[in-house]
Design a protein. Structure first.
Length: 547
């Protein structure tokens, strides 16, 4: 399990490559080396995978606080640098739980792990016995007059859906309506009691065999019931696509037919299934305490210093789990020691170089991202600075510097003028910018920037990008298949230090520009996400030019 010697060998190779190459940025501030030093600490074996609420995550948080103090940043939490977050852990006891498909009074037991598994993201009812209805993608999008639930009697039923969205729905809009809050609100209104979710085979990040390894790990929710977006749902089951024909037998449709349509984001039919589902679930519940870490680098302008550019990243990963190739330690080097290391490195550089900043920079290191963006949701709902003072969020999560940075993928590129600013910064470094090339993966709502977006704050996330069909694209796909949420996301993997340094230059350049721009970032006039400003500040917010 000790992985240090191999890591040192790979790092020495990377340093040699760096010394023989010329950085692409015209005035680079970062070479990737200092970033990697932070990663080595945060993803070390003694951090034990940084599971939410664990001693390993507490050690990682303490290290982050130590570095922030050393760099002279000011505490901006509730208890110094810390903002406590109370959570509830839920874990399935499979020995006392079961699933079955019921058809014509005949019961077909399902094998947990092979056919399907329970999701404990919701408070599972002890027993559910209900008919099933296939609802396509399970989306309701008023802006596009699209409703997979229209005309269906869903009260007291379990809906079956395939992940994804139709091709004619813009990706940001589709992602929003696949978020937990929006999806479950619609389901509650329809009287649905449960969900059977089938991953779209065309867009699975990791294979079923690895997905199912984590099925008995604890899920979590925020202890504050007002922040529980899944309330009212009694059952969520994730079904193996390879076994999904069991659901569609005698329905007039096959899963192979439906999956082929979903692969190309074509419209899906909706119909009642001939089967129901019977579920019995036993949940082990306990209270968990964790914390966000928040620090401030003050700006110098008398009028703007009380406004903040937020740099966010999540500290947690998956801890110690089921072994893969004999390794049980899920170090989480790229996911997301890499993002925390980047923000620590930028904090150090801004302070060390005495960067002139008009606005302040708020560094927010959150917990429980892997549990459903819970730490950032808590911070965004209970901010330690006024919500209106946060002018932008730049979130870094698993930016994957595993090949040269020639293309920068920006999530939310077209939604606010942050996208215009990052294009200017990246192009000055000779880097091309592109929007999300994989909309089926819904990345825009899958990391912590989304918690800030829902508070009306213009936000983006970025990664080292690639061109579809290129060797870099194949490398990224291979990384997802083999290393994402696996023990091999560790310090042994090869990284491109030049790409990491170049990425840091862009993030810092964007941060400084936003901090010094006399105008706040704004949502674009045609952005769907402007609605969160109106929701937060009232109907007159848009007319008053607050964003």
């Amino acid at each position: 399990m000790l992985k240090g010697s191999a890591a040192l060998l790979l790092l020495s190779i990377a340093f040699a490559a760096y010394s023989s190459s010329t950085p692409g940025a015209t005035n680079p501030n970062f070479d990737g080396k200092s970033w990697w030093e932070y990663v080595k600490v945060l993803a070390a074996d003694n951090m034990e995978g940084r599971e939410t609420g664990s001693e390993g995550l507490r050690r990682a948080s303490a290290y982050i606080v130590e570095q922030l103090k050393k760099d002279g940043l000011q505490p901006a939490g509730v208890n110094g640098f810390y903002q406590p977050v109370k959570l509830i852990s839920r874990q399935i006891d499979e020995s006392a739980s079961s699933l079955a498909v019921v058809r014509n009074d005949s019961k077909e037991p399902l094998t947990l792990g092979e056919d399907a598994f329970f999701s404990t993201r919701v408070q599972l009812a002890p027993e559910v016995n209900a008919p099933m209805v296939f609802v396509g993608y399970g989306l309701s999008i008023p802006e596009k007059s699209y409703d997979d639930y229209a005309g269906l009697d869903l009260k007291g039923k379990v809906v079956v859906m395939i992940s994804g969205s139709p091709a004619d729905i813009p990706s940001a809009l589709a992602s929003h309506y696949q978020s937990t809050a929006e999806r479950y609100k619609t389901l509650r209104e329809a009287g649905v009691v449960g969900i059977v979710a089938i991953p779209n085979p065309a867009s699975m990040d990791i294979p079923w065999g690895r997905m199912t390894l984590a099925r008995t790990r604890p899920s979590m929710t925020l202890a504050d019931p007002e922040l529980d977006e899944t309330r009212g749902m009694s059952l969520v089951v994730v079904f193996n696509p390879v076994q999904a024909e069991k659901l569609f037998r005698d329905s007039g449709h096959s899963f192979a037919e439906l999956a082929a349509l979903a692969k190309d984001r074509k419209p899906l039919p909706r119909f009642a299934l001939t089967a129901g589902i019977q579920a019995r679930a036993k949940i082990i519940r306990k209270d968990v305490e964790s914390a966000n870490v928040v620090a401030k680098l003050p700006g110098g302008d008398p009028k703007l210093k009380d406004e903040y550019v937020v740099l966010s990243s999540h500290m947690d990963h998956l801890g110690i789990g089921e072994p893969i190739n004999g390794d049980r330690l899920y170090n989480g080097a790229m996911d997301n020691a890499s993002g925390c290391a980047l923000n620590l490195d930028i904090a150090n550089a801004l302070q060390r170089t005495h960067a002139k900043l008009s606005r302040s920079v708020l560094f927010v290191f959150v917990t429980a991202e892997e549990k459903g963006l819970l730490g950032s949701k808590y911070f965004a709902s209970n901010p330690t600075v006024p919500t209106d003072s946060m002018v932008a969020d730049i979130n870094t999560d698993m930016f994957l510097p595993i090949f040269p940075l020639k293309i920068l993928t920006v999530y939310g590129l077209a939604e606010s003028n942050l996208g215009d600013t990052v294009q200017q910064v990246a192009q000055s470094d000779g880097v091309e910018v592109q929007p999300d090339p994989e909309p089926l993966r819904n990345i825009f709502i899958r990391s912590d920037q989304y918690s800030f977006i829902r508070q009306g704050i213009p936000s983006i996330a970025m990664k080292v990008g690639f061109t579809s069909g290129s060797p870099d694209a194949e490398m990224a796909k291979k990384w997802l298949t083999e290393r994402y949420h696996a023990p091999s996301d560790d310090l042994n993997q090869p990284v491109d230090l030049i790409a990491a340094g170049k990425f840091e230059d862009i993030v810092q350049g964007l941060t400084v520009r936003v901090a010094n721009d006399p105008h706040r970032p704004e949502w674009k006039g045609d952005s769907f996400f402007r609605r969160f400003v109106r929701d937060k500040l009232g109907k007159n917010a848009g007319a008053a030019g607050l964003r």
